[in-house]
Write a protein that binds this ligand. Structure first.
Ligand SMILES: Cc1ncc(COP(=O)(O)O)c(C=O)c1O
Length: 356
C-alpha cells in the first residue's frame, strides 16, 4: 500500500492553478457556453448517419485530416499546407504556446479576454502580460505594443470578436499590431461566423500571423474541432508537437459533411445574428442595465444589483447564463449566449419578471 503526499509530487505551477470552471448545471435553457442552441438540421443528421455507418471505428483516424483540410482549404481560399486541425481551438492555443514559448517567457493579450490564454500559459510555466481594454472594450495599438515589447512577449492573442465583451476591436489598431509586433500574432476568430469580419486576407502578407477558428460556436461543440490557418512553416511546427491522432475520425468526417452542406447551418446563423441584434435592443430597454454591443453570439451586460443574485434567480428559473462578476473589470456583469428565439424570449421574460 502507498500513501504518498501526492500534492508534493505535483509541479508547483500546477499546484497553484485553479481548474477552469465550467457550469454543468442541468438547466433547461443553456445560455452560458456560447454554443449554437439549434441542433443539427434533419438534412445534416442524414449526412451524419451515413458517416456513422461507414466509419471504421476499429481503425485509427487519418492523422493528417486530409479530406477535412481539403474542404476547409477550398472554403478559405488557402492550401491544405496552411491548415492544422485541433481538438477544439483550445488545443491549438496550447500547442502554439508549446511551439513558441520556453518556460518563463511571456504571452500577451488584452484584458478582459478569453480566460484560457492565461490558464494554459500558467499551467505551462509562462508569464501572462495583460493590457487593459478601455471603457468601450477597445485598445490602441501603440500602448499595447509598448507593454508587450517592454515585457518581451513572444506571442500575443487577440480574440476577434473578443470573449466575453462581444466586440471586435478597431480593425486599424489590430492591423497595426499585426504589422508591428515582432513576434507571433494570433487572431482568435472563434466567433467569426457572427461577426463576418476577419484578418484572414492578411495572411499572405504576414508570416507571423495565425488565424484560429472553431466549429464549436456554429453547432458542433460536442465534436471538438478547431483549426489554425498560418504559414506552412508554422503548421509544420504545430505538427511536430500535436499528438498524431488528436482529431478523431467522427469529428473529422462529421465536420467535413457539415461544411459541405452548409446551407442549413447558414440559416441558423442568420437567425442567431438577427436574434443577437434583437437581444441587444430588448436588454437596452431595461433602464438598470448597461448593455454592450456585440459582434458575437452572446451579449455582455452589467446590472445594478449583484450579478450573482441575478444569475442564481435565472438558474432557479431553469436558465443558465455566465456570471463574470469575479473579474475586477466585469463586476456585476453577466454574459448571455444567443439561443433559439423561444429561449431568448423565455430569458427576456424572466429578466423582466426579476428586474421589474
Ligand atoms: C475566444 C475563444 N477562443 C477559443 C475558444 C475555444 O473554442 P473550442 O471549443 O474550439 O476549443 C473559445 C470558447 O469559448 C473562445 O471563446
Amino acid at each position: 500500500m502507498s500513501n504518498l503526499d501526492l500534492m508534493q509530487l505535483v509541479k508547483e505551477k500546477v499546484r497553484s492553478l485553479k481548474a477552469y470552471h465550467v457550469e454543468n448545471v442541468d438547466c433547461e435553457i443553456k445560455l452560458h457556453a456560447n454554443e449554437n442552441s439549434f441542433p443539427p438540421s434533419p438534412e445534416i443528421l442524414k449526412q451524419f448517419e451515413e458517416v456513422f455507418k461507414s466509419t471504421e471505428l476499429n481503425r485509427y483516424p487519418d492523422p493528417d485530416c486530409g479530406p477535412l483540410k481539403q474542404t476547409l482549404a477550398k472554403r478559405l481560399n488557402v492550401v491544405p499546407k496552411n491548415l492544422a486541425i485541433g481538438n477544439g481551438s483550445d488545443e491549438l492555443i496550447q500547442i502554439l504556446l508549446q511551439v513558441f514559448c520556453e518556460p518563463g517567457e511571456t504571452v500577451g493579450f488584452p484584458d478582459p479576454t478569453f480566460a484560457m490564454y492565461a490558464i494554459i500559459a500558467q499551467g505551462m510555466g509562462l508569464k501572462s502580460q495583460t493590457h487593459p481594454l478601455d471603457d468601450q472594450w477597445d485598445f490602441k495599438a501603440d500602448p499595447f505594443l509598448e507593454t508587450m515589447e517592454t515585457n518581451q512577449a513572444r506571442i500575443v492573442f487577440l480574440s476577434y470578436p473578443n470573449n466575453p465583451t462581444g466586440n471586435c476591436f478597431s480593425a486599424s489598431e489590430v492591423q497595426k499590431v499585426i504589422e508591428r509586433f515582432p513576434g507571433i500574432v494570433v487572431l482568435d476568430e472563434a466567433y467569426h461566423d457572427f461577426a463576418r469580419k476577419s484578418f484572414l486576407s492578411e495572411l499572405p502578407k504576414h508570416n507571423n500571423l495565425i488565424i484560429l477558428r472553431s466549429l464549436s460556436k456554429i453547432g458542433l461543440a460536442a465534436l471538438r474541432v478547431g483549426y489554425a490557418v498560418a504559414d506552412p512553416l508554422i503548421i509544420d511546427q504545430i505538427d511536430k508537437i500535436r499528438l498524431p491522432y488528436n482529431s478523431n475520425s467522427l469529428s473529422q468526417k462529421l465536420t467535413d459533411r457539415l461544411l459541405n452542406h452548409f446551407a442549413p447551418v447558414q440559416k441558423q446563423l442568420d437567425v442567431l445574428i438577427q436574434e443577437r441584434n434583437k437581444m441587444v435592443q430588448e436588454l437596452s430597454k431595461f433602464k438598470s442595465l448597461k448593455v454592450f454591443p456585440s459582434d458575437a453570439n452572446f451579449v455582455l451586460f452589467r446590472v445594478e444589483q449583484d450579478s450573482t443574485a441575478l444569475f442564481q434567480q435565472l438558474m432557479e428559473n431553469d436558465i443558465l447564463v455566465r456570471d463574470l462578476g469575479n473579474h475586477p473589470r466585469l463586476q456585476n456583469c453577466l454574459r448571455v449566449t444567443i439561443g433559439t428565439p423561444d429561449e431568448n424570449m423565455a430569458f427576456l421574460e424572466k429578466m423582466a419578471h426579476i428586474i421589474k
